[in-house]
Write a protein that binds this ligand. Structure first.
Ligand code: NAD
Length: 703
């Protein structure tokens, strides 16, 4: 008998315990162990019912992701589940923690399901570009109806025990000790037997959807809109429709066929890449996991503006008390008011209970005295983006902060080393570049200065996790990784306007390609004036032999700062955030093309995508060469979590790999010949293209 699954008898019931830490994933050994234990239980005459339960902190949390992409080894999970379902004795899944993916499918193979109130169930496969491939799409609709099953399967969202009970996924919520509760339930189940309990034989819940093709096409249309180019949610609808049109065995076969198609697709590879890339980003070659991190029990944030408020909320959400320091009572009140409003909005939507909201607000204190930083284990500066202000502030923090405190800056572009040089403790200084809104966005670029201590890096990375963020380590340069690449992308988008496109065409092409938002709608949302103010400061140092688009400056000079001004690259109806094409902007762009002597040409959507996305890729390659980014997958994580890049494209670098670097390089070269300076191909891109390699080959993933 396998060690990861054990069988024992308790009273009149047989207990099959899956013990495969950390999350009881369904490895080959677990699948085999389940088959063996089931056989043993069926042969144990004293066992009147069989319970499947997980050891440790959870039930079975899913497939073994390490086996992804490899040929599946027997026993097949369908075989295991079929064994549980056709068993002559009642089988009961006893769920705590999470029953996800294959874990929930195992539970659906059982005749009964009980769970602790804190348990959650779900079929998240869609998020990895696949679908539940062990009967989930066939059994769940038979258990809870097609619509409820589709809602779960196409989103991958988890459902808590109470809701699962309401839906009919679980039969009973048990309090206290799960095994004791399950043993009690087993007495009942033994008396009731298996009749009518095999989900494959159930008809009542799915009857309504049978032959109802209108229902499925309507549902499919809604999913298509939401999926923004991702195929797996639509494939999930196909599979559930098969459950409603075919006999069980045929439906199961159809599910398997669709699964096979998806599992080898580029989209699925991209989503699995995204999943691993986030974990890999925590791996820093010269800062090994055993590097001691400093304890962060209290924090201070300087500046209660857009970013400071959101950062303070992130600390409070994680239960860490935080003091926000401002220069005036007005600014402080305004900032804390925004924080309170943000929480109140979430609470009004029912996503935060009032007691938790008050507790979080209670963790955020305000002060007008910088000396209030004296107890903080970390100070995060989020004042105006001006070097003189930041330098002065860090010099004062040096005298006020306690020894060993981490001194962090939220700057989006300034030189961390120059800031650190203002202190006598440059080893304690680091960049923590949060994204806006900081309480929502998951990305934090952790910026390593030349003198930043390894323990300080370890501390910032760990803190990122504590704050439920995705920290990615980057080096010092103008704009770090994300914004330096974005700069190239926006520049190309503006050049495209001069050459023949209009903002709404560029945005639509990129949105259809999968981005959450195109560059012009994004500019309007973030405020076009931010970049404009920076450009005005830099005008004196701008080389005049290079092409420069004046369009963005022109619209700012007209006060078209974006949504907040009611006009930007688009026009906005009063009180609305919907961008509307604007004839005034079209006229302005046409006039500009004329002024600079460009004969406008129609530009195909495909060319728009190449010009903008390859601008990201080429700059990304330069960042890799310079060592600013540690690995291509880190760049992908930054774009996936901070810039609305579609997960199913895997990030810009992964995407380039899927296109083929030889092809990407050929286009970059073509752009260089036509456009000049900005398109100098990154030598790394050229080298990899010549050698027939991918970015992924630079840092092959271990394991
Ligand atoms: P903001 O203008 O909204 O807020 C800055 C706040 O700092 C103001 O409330 C101001 O009163 C306060 N302040 C100025 N000097 C101070 C001092 N000496 N002591 C205490 N408070 C002081 O700015 P923001 O958008 O929150 O940006 C803050 C930082 O975060 C900047 O470095 C910016 O580049 C960076 N950042 C901004 C964004 C964004 O989208 N807004 C995103 C990432 C990073």
């Amino acid at each position: 008998m396998s060690q990861v699954v054990r069988y024992e008898r308790r009273g009149n019931a047989g207990v099959i315990t899956v013990d495969n830490p950390p999350v009881n994933a369904l490895s080959k050994a677990v699948r085999q162990g389940l088959v063996d234990a089931l056989m043993q239980g069926l042969g144990d005459d004293a066992a009147k019912a069989l319970i499947v339960i997980g050891a440790g902190r959870t039930f079975i949390a899913g497939a073994d992701i390490k086996e992804f992409g490899k040929p599946l080894e027997p026993p097949d999970l369908n075989f295991v589940i079929s064994g549980l379902e056709t068993a002559s004795k009642p089988t009961i899944a006893a769920i705590h923690g999470t029953a996800l993916g294959g874990g929930l499918e195992v539970a659906l193979g059982c005749h009964y399901r009980v769970a602790l109130p804190t348990a959650q169930v779900g079929l998240p496969e869609v998020k990895l570009g696949i679908l539940p491939g062990a009967g989930g799409t066939q059994r769940l609709p038979r258990l809870i109806g097609a619509r409820a099953a589709l809602d779960m399967i196409t989103t991958g969202d988890f459902v808590r025990a109470a809701k699962a009970k309401e839906l009919g996924i679980i039969d009973a919520v048990v309090e206290g000790d799960l095994l004791a509760g399950a043993l009690g339930f087993a007495e009942e189940a033994a008396a009731r037997g298996v009749a009518g309990r095999r989900i494959r034989e159930r008809e009542d819940k799915i009857a309504e959807a049978r032959g109802n093709s209108a229902f499925f096409s309507e549902y499919r249309a809604a999913v298509k809109k939401r999926a923004r180019g991702q195929l797996s949610p639509l494939a999930c609808v196909d599979a559930v429709e098969a459950a409603a049109t075919l006999p069980f065995a045929e439906g199961l076969k159809r599910e398997r066929d669709i699964f096979q198609e998806l599992v080898t697709s580029t989209q699925s590879r991209a989503l699995i890449h995204a999943f691993f890339a986030e974990r890999e980003a925590m791996n820093i070659p010269d800062v090994p996991p055993q590097t001691p991190a400093r304890a962060i029990k209290t924090a201070a944030v300087i500046g209660a503006g857009t970013m400071g408020g959101g950062i303070a909320m992130s600390f409070a959400n994680a239960g860490i008390p935080v003091t926000v320091v401002e220069t005036s009572q007005d600014a402080l009140e305004r900032g804390l008011g925004v924080v309170r409003n943000n929480y109140a909005t979430t609470a009004a939507k029912g996503r935060l209970d009032p007691a938790t909201m008050e507790k979080r607000l209670g963790l955020i204190k305000g002060s007008l005295d910088l000396a209030a930083v004296k107890d903080a284990d970390i100070v995060i500066e989020a004042v105006f983006e001006e070097m003189t202000i930041k330098k002065e502030l860090f010099a004062r923090l040096d005298t006020l902060a306690k020894p060993g405190a981490v001194l962090a800056s939220n700057t989006s572009s300034l030189d961390i080393d120059a800031i650190a040089a203002q202190t006598r403790r440059p080893q304690d200084v680091i960049g923590t570049h949060f994204f806006s809104p900081a309480n929502v966005m998951r990305l934090v670029e952790v910026v390593r200065g030349a003198k930043t201590g390894k323990d300080v890096i370890a501390t910032a990375m760990k803190l990122g996790k504590t704050l439920a963020k995705v920290p990615v380590l980057v080096g010092v340069c103008d704009g770090f990784v994300g914004n330096r690449m974005l700069f190239q992308y926006i520049r190309e988008a503006e050049f495209l306007l001069e050459e023949g496109a209009l903002p709404w065409q560029v945005d639509k092409a990129l949105q259809e390609w999968g981005l959450a938002m195109g560059p012009f709608a994004m500019g309007d949302m973030a405020g076009n004036d931010v970049g404009w103010r920076i450009r005005k400061q830099q005008a004196a140092i701008r080389p005049n032999d290079r092409r420069y688009s004046h369009l963005a400056d022109e619209i700012c000079e007209k006060g078209r700062f974006g949504q907040k001004a009611g006009a930007g690259w688009y026009r906005y109806e009063k009180g609305s955030r919907t961008p509307l094409p604007d004839a005034e902007i079209e006229a302005l762009i046409l006039a500009e093309s004329k002024r600079i002597g460009i004969a406008r040409q129609p530009i195909a959507d495909e060319e728009i995508v190449k010009r903008t996305i390859y601008a990201l890729v080429n700059e990304g390659a330069k960042l890799l060469e310079e060592g600013i980014a540690l690995r291509a997958s880190d760049i992908d994580v930054i774009y996936l979590t901070g810039y609305g890049f579609p997960a199913w494209r895997g990030g810009p670098m992964f995407y380039a790999d899927t296109v083929g670097l030889d092809k990407v390089y050929a286009d970059v070269k073509r752009f260089h010949e036509a456009q000049g300076y900005f398109w100098r191909p990154a030598p790394l891109l050229e080298k990899l293209a010549r050698e027939g390699k991918r970015f992924a080959d630079l840092n092959p993933r271990k394991g």
